[in-house]
Design a protein around this ligand. Structure first.
Ligand code: PAF
Length: 287
C-alpha cells in the first residue's frame, strides 16, 4: 500500500499503472478519515470491482460552516491506515490543506435543486464545499468508479447530479448504510456521543423501522404528511432528541411530494441533535 501526500506524485503513480495495464478499472473512495466499518465496506466494494483502489483522507475545510466541528473533527491516522491495509487498498492519498488549497479557491462548484432542502438548508454552503472538493479529487484521480455510503443520501444525489451535468465519466456507486448491531448507523461523529446520547440516538433507526412498517400497512394510499407526523411522534419519545429535520421527499430529485404513491421512490431523511452531536440517517422506499 502506497501513501501519497502530493497531487503530482499521485497523478504519476496512476499514470504509470494505467500505462502498465491497458484496461485498468480505477476505484476511488473519498473520505474525511476516522474510518469505520462503513468506510471499510466502501473499500471492500471497490476492491471487488476495481483493479486499483484509491482512498483519499482529507478533512475538507470548505464543507464546514463557521460554527461546525472542523477543529475537533476526529482523526486517527494510524487506525485509518490499518483499515485501508486490511481492505486491500492500493493507494492512500493524504493531502494537506495547503496541497489541496494552496490559494483561496475562486472557483466553487454549486449544484442547485437537490441541495435546496435537508442538509442544504441546515448547513448553508456545505454542499458547495462537498461538490468543489469532490470535483477536485475526481480531476486528480480520474476514477472509473467512485464509492459513497447511502447514509449521506443527499450527498450522493448532489454528486450524481454534478457528474451528469458536467459529463464526468465516473460511475457513482452507492453502497448500503452499515449499522451497529443495535441499529445505530455508523458515523465518524458517533464518537462525540455521551453514553446516554448514544442510547437515545437509537430512536433514529427505530423511527425508520417504524416508518417502513407504516408504509407497508398503508400501501394503498399514503400521504407524506401522515408519515412525517408518525416519524416525528416516534422521535419525540426520546427526551433529548432535537429534530433538525424529519422530511419525506421524492428520491433522488429531493422534490416535495404529497401523495407518496405518485413517485417511484422516496426518502425518509432525518437529522437530529443529541446534545451537541447532530446525526443523520435515512431510508429509501422504492415501490
Ligand atoms: O462524505 C464525506 O466524507 C465527505 O463529504 C467527502 C465526500 C469525502 C468530501 O469531503
Amino acid at each position: 500500500m502506497q501513501i501519497i501526500h502530493h497531487i503530482k506524485d499521485l497523478r504519476q503513480v496512476i499514470k504509470e499503472a494505467r500505462n502498465a495495464r491497458g484496461e485498468l478499472r480505477v476505484g476511488f473512495v473519498p473520505t474525511m478519515g476516522y474510518l469505520h466499518q462503513g468506510h471499510a465496506s466502501l473499500l471492500e466494494a471497490a476492491r471487488k470491482q476495481c483493479d486499483l483502489v484509491i482512498l483519499s483522507i482529507f478533512v475538507n475545510p470548505l464543507q464546514f460552516g463557521p460554527n461546525e466541528d472542523l477543529s475537533r473533527y476526529p482523526r486517527d491516522e494510524e487506525r485509518d491506515l490499518a483499515v485501508a491495509k486490511a481492505t486491500g487498498t492500493d493507494i492512500v492519498f493524504f493531502p494537506t490543506v495547503q496541497e489541496m488549497y494552496p490559494n483561496p479557491t475562486k472557483t466553487i462548484v454549486s449544484v442547485s435543486g437537490v441541495t435546496e432542502r435537508l442538509c442544504g438548508t441546515s448547513r448553508p454552503g456545505h454542499f458547495d464545499g462537498v461538490a468543489t472538493v469532490v470535483t477536485k479529487l475526481f480531476n486528480i484521480v480520474q476514477p472509473d468508479f467512485a464509492f459513497f455510503g447511502m447514509k449521506d443520501a443527499q450527498q450522493i444525489a448532489v454528486i450524481q447530479q454534478m457528474v451528469d451535468d458536467l459529463n464526468n465519466p465516473v460511475e457513482i456507486v452507492p453502497c448500503k448504510i452499515v449499522r451497529e448491531e443495535d441499529g445505530l448507523a455508523l458515523s465518524s461523529r458517533n464518537v462525540y456521543l455521551q453514553p446516554e446520547e448514544r442510547e437515545q440516538a437509537l430512536v433514529l433507526s427505530s423511527a425508520l423501522k417504524m416508518a417502513e412498517k407504516f408504509v407497508q400497512e398503508h400501501e394503498g394510499s399514503l400521504q407524506a404528511a401522515e408519515l412525517q407526523e408518525a416519524v416525528k411522534r416516534h422521535i419525540a419519545q426520546s427526551s433529548i432528541a432535537e429534530i433538525d429535520y424529519a422530511d419525506i421527499l421524492a428520491y433522488p430529485s429531493l422534490e416535495q411530494v404529497t401523495d407518496l404513491r405518485s413517485v417511484p421512490a422516496f426518502i425518509i431523511a432525518l437529522a437530529v441533535k443529541f446534545g451537541k452531536t447532530r446525526l443523520i440517517d435515512n431510508t429509501i422506499i422504492r415501490w
